[in-house]
Design a protein around this ligand. Structure first.
Ligand SMILES: [Zn+2]
Length: 502
């Protein structure tokens, strides 16, 4: 129940723990609308290159991590960011001599580019003659030699050869992930890879649920092109673990130059990006899935990619008739001005990640110019056009910290400190709006608004205690606010161990 002290105390018995929060702040449990759970969990157990800011540091960390491994182990993840050392892309020579026998596949933090070392290339049977694949690119140097870099679908040439995670590795990754979520105040996640055969969290989550060890509620997505698999699966959804959604792709990412734009990239006049799937395939998957009542999400970054997806959603809606379908565009990152009102007209949810704005905001203008950035990460414009906007992190692309996400949406201060008043400040939103996008709207975005997203009677007791009232402090300080305790279903699943937080 929720309400006044007198009434609350009437429920008290000898087992009741009464907490006086002494003015601390309580919010509904945060819902992260976009995570990659298994790969995120695996990244917590792997080499961390996210803040490696020189090529030397990159190599040093990989070399040190390699020393901790056993023969046959791979080094994965990494989440490197070449913009931190000036933009030169990494190459296999940076790590070959320190990993002669350890296969390595390290992702750029957006997962749209990856670096393989020579051991991994050999393992995967890739050489200078290997052909590009549709929707992907093998990057070669001016002499036609492999650099070790792969973009989008070409990454599968290596990925497909990597031994699947063992049950033990999956278990460790899952456990690390759920502990990480609750430490950030996240009580529900939408796992866009939940039923992706390579990275699926669903079966592990089911085991944890059966053992009463599941700490976070999961909405697990099936790959869009496998909508038949979802149709044929027994639906065992409950308030902990839920299926019924699908996630597909139309393009790649801005950082890897694979997001598809109507006009060319500002720094490469022959480049418009890369469609990962054709609109015909997307349409056929979506219209069939929607007919069955499945919930469709599509990743779209570039303005042209978003336009294509909106058109497909519009066409599928005409074909199947009006209903409550809550189509989602994941990222909705760069929009043509005329497409902004279409979100509310078509009832399409923008599933966005505010942290990307303060991260990519460091260099996005170099890629797309000063005009297109005005309708990039356009939280305010979408909300003002009555669109439904839900927030998430895209972890492990960005940290799964809703507080950092709220800070990003409210301040739009880029990570390099160069935009103290906000990057494209017109698109800053209020704390209340950001909080809503991480709670009640995120619940709506998974058809769970009847059971979660607000602190109200009859809803699940998922809530978080924060060190400060984020609605009243200076927005710049939101990033320093701490999660003190996290409760899911009334059970405490996280408590801060820092003595200052008690
Ligand atoms: Zn993602």
């Amino acid at each position: 129940m929720v309400g006044e002290n007198v009434k609350a105390l009437s429920y008290k018995n000898e087992d009741t723990e009464v907490l006086d929060l002494k003015g601390k702040f309580i919010t509904p449990g945060f819902i992260d609308s976009h995570v990659h759970l298994m790969t995120g969990g695996r990244s917590l157990l792997n080499v961390d290159l996210r803040d490696a800011n020189t090529p030397e540091e990159f190599s040093r960390r990989v070399g040190n991590f390699a020393k901790t491994l056993e023969l046959g182990d791979w080094i994965m993840e990494g989440n490197w960011d070449h913009t931190l050392w000036g933009g030169e892309l990494p190459k296999k020579e940076w790590i070959d001599s320190i990993t002669p026998n350890t296969p390595v596949l390290l992702f750029r933090l957006d997962w749209h580019m990856a670096l393989a070392n020579s051991a991994a290339l050999k393992f995967a049977g890739i050489d200078n003659k290997t052909l590009d694949v549709i929707g992907g690119e093998i990057i070669k140097d001016s002499n036609g030699q492999l650099t070790g870099l792969f973009k989008d679908n070409a990454m599968n040439l290596v990925l497909d050869k990597i031994p699947a995670m063992t049950p033990k590795q999956k278990d460790l990754a899952f456990s690390a992930a759920q502990n990480y979520f609750v430490s950030n105040g996240v009580t529900s996640v939408h796992d866009v890879d939940g039923l992706n055969k390579d990275f699926e969290s669903y079966s592990v989550a089911r085991k944890y649920l059966d053992n009463n060890d599941l700490k976070v509620r999961i909405y697990a997505a099936t790959p869009l092109n496998e909508w038949r698999k979802l149709r044929d699966m027994k639906d065992e959804s409950d308030e902990w673990l839920k299926t019924g959604c699908l996630k597909g792709f139309v393009d790649g990412s801005l950082g890897s130059h694979t997001a598809v734009f109507h006009d060319h990239y500002s720094d490469n006049h022959s480049d418009h990006g890369l469609f990962i799937n054709t609109s015909d395939s997307l349409y056929s998957w979506i219209v069939n899935a929607d007919k069955l009542g499945q919930h469709v999400f599509v990743h779209a970054i570039g303005d042209s990619a978003n336009h294509v997806v909106l058109d497909i959603f519009e066409k599928a809606t005409k074909e199947n008739g009006r209903k409550d379908r809550r189509f989602r565009i994941e990222h909705a990152q760069h929009l043509l001005p005329d497409d902004i009102p279409r979100f509310s007209q078509l009832g399409v949810i923008g599933s966005m990640q505010p942290y990307h704005a303060i991260d990519d905001g460091r260099w996005a203008e170099d890629y797309i110019g000063s005009e297109r950035i005005k309708t990039s990460y356009a939280f305010k414009a979408l909300l003002e056009a009555d669109a439904t906007v839900t927030f998430g992190s895209d972890w492990a692309v960005a940290p799964a910290s809703p507080l950092l996400g709220i800070y990003a949406a409210v301040t739009r201060r880029t990570l390099d400190g160069k935009n103290p008043n906000g990057w494209v400040p017109e698109e800053k939103i209020t704390i209340e709006a950001a909080l809503k996008a991480y709670t009640s709207t995120a619940a709506f975005a998974s058809f769970d608004d009847d059971i979660k997203g607000t602190l109200s009677s009859g809803k699940l007791a998922d809530f978080v205690i924060l060190s400060d009232n984020i609605t009243q402090i200076d927005p710049v300080k939101i990033k320093d606010v701490k999660v003190l305790r996290t409760y899911v279903g009334g059970k405490q699943v996280f408590t801060s161990t820092s003595p200052n937080d008690r």
